[in-house]
Design a binder for this molecule. Structure first.
Ligand code: PEP
Length: 259
């Protein structure tokens, strides 16, 4: 890793309940706050993404700390007749500061297109939220050799409306679909190679300086046992963690591995 501050996200997906979510958040806050002196720069940024109904309760715990409260999804409009959707303004209203767009379960279970992911990214940024844009190939795409073409398209469309100014509010998460929730992690060499290509593609859309400063997380079965080797790669700036973020012990150990 270079001088980019690592960023570790915990995507709780559709797990936890009110009580266990608040306990989990409390244990993460205690751990992260003990890592930082008031007058020092934070050594790592940590974001938790609870389910929508628990955002406000979790934010009441993270709000006074350096841990950020994020949302797993949003809608493309700020207000209106969109039954069942959640607006970026509502997220901001309850203290959310970051949102995931393009998570593989949104793309492949719900069917979100690259274009919709781009619209969500645009809306989130325009409404003042930071964004973690997730990209990644399926096993079929990897096998047929189209990994980089798929990811470059996801980046180009996902960042369609993003400017040299608003890109500062974006983190990229590379999450090979075949590694999410399967226990199969990309090797550090494979992950590093894709991260370097993502950085090169960002340079081609924006500038080399922007590509150097953007943070690219790896996601896909990250655990305390494999985190250190992944974080040792020069283009891997942290992790987006699913399963292992549901236990404070394993999530905090992953945070520790990034330091
Ligand atoms: C994720 O949901 O973004 C993820 C990477 O999940 P897991 O760590 O369980 O593979």
């Amino acid at each position: 890793m270079t001088n980019r501050t690592p960023i570790i996200g915990g995507n709780w997906k559709m797990h936890t309940d009110l009580e266990s979510g608040m306990q989990l958040a409390g244990a993460i806050v205690d751990y992260v706050d003990a890592l930082t002196n008031d007058d020092e720069e934070q050594p790592v940024n940590v974001v938790v993404y609870p389910p929508f109904p628990y955002l406000q309760a979790v934010e009441s715990i993270t709000g006074e700390s350096s841990v950020l409260c994020g949302a797993q999804n949003l809608w493309t409009e700020e207000e209106g007749a969109f039954t069942g959707e959640v607006s970026p303004l509502m997220l901001k209203d309850v203290g959310v500061s970051m949102v995931l767009t393009g998570h593989s379960e949104r793309r492949h279970v719900v069917g979100e297109s690259n274009a919709l992911v781009g619209q969500k990214t645009q809306r989130a940024l325009e409404s003042g939220l930071d964004v973690t844009l997730c990209v990644g190939e399926t096993i079929e795409q990897r096998t047929e050799g189209s990994t980089l073409a798929v990811i470059c398209n996801q980046l180009t469309e996902g960042l369609e409306s993003v400017t040299a100014e608003t890109i500062k509010k974006v983190v990229i998460a590379y999450e090979p679909v075949w590694a999410i929730g399967t226990g199969h992690t990309a090797s550090p060499e494979d992950a590093q190679s894709v991260h370097a290509s993502i950085r090169a593609h960002i340079a081609s859309i924006f500038t080399g300086d922007i590509a150097d400063s953007i943070r690219i997380q790896y996601g896909g079965s990250v655990k305390p046992e494999n985190a250190k080797d992944l974080f040792a790669c020069p283009d891997i700036d942290g992790a987006l963690v699913g399963g292992a973020s549901l236990s404070a012990d394993s999530f905090n150990a992953i945070i520790q591995a990034s330091l």
